[in-house]
Design a protein around this ligand. Structure first.
Ligand code: LGS
Length: 489
């Protein structure tokens, strides 16, 4: 009996290996979902139309054009407010399974508060969702992709714990109004980038420049807000709507400078990904232990009497633990890391105590920070799977920037190498990746880089008032991947 089972396993193993790797072709697992992603402020435009209130990004770009590389803003962006039907047609031509987009909070609640609902704004999203469903495309909805109502910023934004309540009220409106037709929700996009660049530095709105204390406080409140949003969905809506909800975290990869320096890789991971992920996905909850000690020690070294990392009470630890049905992963690039003697604690990244560098031979993109390192993608997927007991992973952003051109062969080779790394993580390392989205469907307003860095599968002409869309070569390439469900070199 035992030898029969062994034979069966061996035969199926040989079959799978031959099937999967024959002709250097990798097939996507059954039920794997392929899509693309965007975010409201980056594509919608119509910043003061349809009854929308002012968002922190409207305010910031209008006040500080010099902080945006080309002095631009998202006032019109891709004009998707008016051209959403064309966008859905592009998605349908691509053949995607899903489309990830975000809701603009002030378009639905112009005063920020949930007692005044803007029907016209709500209808925009209802129409978009209906259009997607009519073409058999699943809507993946991000509740918050950084564009909160400006009014809250005047009260401290994410440094004010009241944000937890305000965003919860907003989330409840979205679940009630849009939830019946949406099965995939994401609470918050990339807390680290929002808090690091928007509160620690002056690189993204609201540009508070508060240094490390501001980052720690912002992360603390965002984490609580996510947990509350999750519980609202879980308790009040899941039973009727039968959907799923998770958070989206930006996890960059890390390759050790010295192959034995696994400590550096782990330290980088815990400060980058683990900061929020440990509290949600680990068995114990709370911030990573290594982070607690390291920040406490460094805070002392920097002259603070108390650790800059706020404490989570045991009630909050329990409340936050387990609040994500999937691990939403945004990944673009990697660094080489090495352990260095403890740093002085200036600057928030330095708190991690690892030195980061790159290999100059890694291929470049149009973004300074983005080099092509597919091995780092496979490694980060493996690390997440190992660290948190193989959760379902939804890759919600992965993409490459260039400056122009519809013949975007560099994007195609980036996507090929990254998708291959992901499929190897699934087949060879046993990771549970379930979905993948290319960032982005369209060239769009790339935050501080304005329109100078293009991530789209589809070119958008920003000098033409019609915002003409032209599919790039990568569209044709990705369409073929989706249609055949396989990656061939
Ligand atoms: O457009 C954004 C894309 C492009 O690059 C999107 O809205 C964001 O959600 C996401 O953050 N995106 C993005 N991220 C780059 C993060 C840079 C982090 C630097 C890591 C160095 C190892």
């Amino acid at each position: 009996m035992a030898s029969y089972s062994f034979l069966r396993v061996a035969v199926s193993f040989i079959f799978i290996v031959t099937y999967v790797f024959a002709n250097d072709t990798l097939y996507f697992p059954k039920d794997f979902l392929l899509g693309t992603a965007t975010a409201a402020y980056q594509i919608e435009g119509g910043w003061n139309e349809s009854g929308k209130g002012e968002s922190v990004w409207d305010w910031w770009t209008h006040e500080n054009p010099s902080l945006i590389r080309d002095g631009s803003n998202g006032d019109v962006a891709c004009d998707s407010l008016h051209k959403y039907k064309e966008d859905v047609q592009l998605l349908s031509d691509l053949g995607v399974d899903f489309y990830r987009f975000s809701i603009s909070w002030p378009r639905i609640l112009p005063t920020g508060y949930a007692n005044v609902i803007n029907q016209e704004g709500l209808n925009y999203y209802k129409n978009l969702i209906n259009e997607l469903l009519a073409k058999d495309i699943k809507p993946f909805v991000t509740l918050y992709h950084w564009d909160h109502p400006e009014i809250f910023e005047r009260m401290g934004g994410w440094t004010n714990e009241m944000m937890v309540e305000w965003i919860s009220d907003y989330a409840r409106v979205v679940f009630k109004e849009l939830g019946p037709k949406v099965k995939y929700f994401m609470s918050i996009n990339e807390p680290n980038v929002l808090c690091g660049e928007g509160y620690g530095e002056n690189v993204k709105a609201p540009g508070k420049n508060l240094g490390s204390p501001g980052v720690f406080l912002c992360m603390h409140n965002v984490l609580k807000a996510h947990a509350k949003i999750y519980h609202i969905y879980d308790k009040e809506f899941r039973k009727y709507q039968e959907g799923t909800i998770g958070i989206v975290l930006p996890c960059s990869g890390a390759l050790p400078k010295n192959p034995n320096d696994t400590a550096a890789v782990n330290m980088h991971f815990q400060f980058n990904c683990g900061w929020i992920a440990h509290a949600i996905f680990s068995k114990t909850g709370d911030y990573p232990e290594i982070m607690k000690t390291h920040v406490a020690d460094n805070s002392k070294l920097a002259g603070f009497s108390k650790s800059l990392l706020p404490e989570l009470s045991s009630e909050w630890v329990q409340y936050i633990k387990g609040t994500s049905d999937f691990f939403g992963l945004n990944h673009y690039t990697s660094k080489i890391v090495e352990t260095v003697p403890r740093m002085k604690g200036e600057g928030w990244y330095d708190f991690s105590g690892v030195k980061q560098s790159i290999d100059p031979s890694w291929p470049k993109s149009a973004s300074d920070w983005l080099r092509v390192v597919p091995d780092g993608f496979r490694e980060i997927i493996k690390k997440i799977s190992k660290e948190y007991d193989n959760p379902p992973i939804y890759v919600m952003e992965n993409g490459f920037s260039d400056k122009c051109c519809t013949f975007d062969h560099l994007r195609i080779s980036y996507l090929y190498s990254y998708i291959k790394a992901m499929l190897l993580a699934i087949y060879e390392d046993g990771c549970n990746v379930k979905a993948y989205a290319v960032w982005s469907l369209l060239d769009n307003f790339e935050w501080g880089a304005g329109y100078t860095e293009r991530f789209g599968l589809v070119n958008v002409n920003f000098t033409d008032s019609n915002r003409t869309r032209t599919p790039k070569w990568s569209t044709i390439w990705y369409k073929n991947i989706i249609a055949t469900r396989k990656l061939t070199s």
